[in-house]
Ligand binder design. Structure first.
Ligand SMILES: Nc1ncnc2c1ncn2[C@@H]1O[C@H](COP(=O)(O)OP(=O)(O)O)[C@@H](O)[C@H]1O
Ligand SMILES: [Mg+2]
Length: 260
């Protein structure tokens, strides 16, 4: 295959130039990082699972009218997406206390919040993605007030939808991170959902056992990362029944051997 131009390599994904203007190819790596990339590792097969899970979630969100960058999955690790101008804000939606919220405010992890909280973090690795408010976002022009209104609206819709989706497979959606980007149509722009939705950026707890089915297994050295991601994919109906959990990964190595 002809070499494609690489646009960007991040911590978990690589972006390549797409086949048409305004499109990109998003390649999902097995690399995992935590604590602002101070901890690094690989989770074998994570990229395959995240590609599939994100495809599924974005497709369903598209079906309920949330605009997203997702066009279609190309193969086990790649998807075709619309190129956006990323809004440099990580949008975190929280339903249950965990992670940095528990630490910062000294509240016990697992405490159900009386109402959903949306937090914003300025996307800047060198600064450690500091938390910011609407005021900073407006003041420094990272997004307009109208864009932030649309972003908050979409974040709540995504939360309502995903909370129900995961509840239906006995998973509690504790919190998650979203990214949005601008697309231009003539002189007008609008924001759409970008990046990915996967166990890398969500906290997903089994509702019965509270077992963590997300990247906290890696962050906290709990082990069983791939099994947890596979469990999420399986419950979403994206993997064959239990007992064949390595099928997807075997398939990938099989294709690689055949040079596909
Ligand atoms: N549709 C898109 N168009 C342009 N950039 C995107 C799009 N979706 C996601 N991105 C950006 O591509 C990068 C994805 O790679 P990732 O490994 O997550 O990077 P990072 O280490 O910056 O988080 C992110 O920086 C993300 O903001
Ligand atoms: Mg990222």
């Amino acid at each position: 295959m002809a070499r494609r131009r690489q646009i960007y390599e991040g911590k978990a994904k690589i972006l390549y130039e797409g086949p048409e203007p305004g499109t990109l190819i998003q390649y999902f790596k097995d690399d995992a990082t935590a604590f602002n990339a101070q901890k690094k590792g690989t989770i074998n097969g994570k990229g395959v699972l995240n590609n599939r899970i994100s495809e599924h979630v974005f497709t369903m969100l598209g079906n309920i009218g949330v605009p997203t960058h997702f066009i279609r999955r190309l193969n086990m690790r790649e998807q075709l997406i619309r190129q956006v101008e990323i809004v440099p804000i990580e949008v975190v939606v929280r339903n249950v206390v965990a992670g940095s919220l528990a630490k910062r405010l000294g509240i016990e992890e697992g405490t159900q919040l009386p109402r959903t909280i949306i937090e914003y973090y300025y996307k800047d690795d060198a600064l450690g993605d500091p938390m910011v408010t609407d005021e900073h976002i407006a003041c420094f022009g990272w997004a307009s007030q109208e864009e932030m209104h649309d972003i908050a609206d979409m974040a709540i819709r995504v939360n309502d939808f995903l909370t129900g989706l995961f509840a239906g497979i006995n998973i509690r959606l504790v919190d998650f991170k979203l990214e949005f980007g601008r697309i231009w149509e003539n002189d007008f722009s609008r924001v759409i959902l970008a990046d990915e939705i996967s166990p890398d950026g969500c906290r997903l707890w089994d509702m019965t056992t509270n077992e963590k089915l997300d990247k906290d297994r890696f962050r906290r050295d709990l082990g069983g990362e791939v099994e947890a991601y596979q469990e999420v994919a399986r419950r979403l109906g994206l993997l064959p029944a239990e007992g064949t959990e390595t099928a997807v990964l075997d398939m990938e190595s099989h294709r690689k051997k055949r040079g596909q």
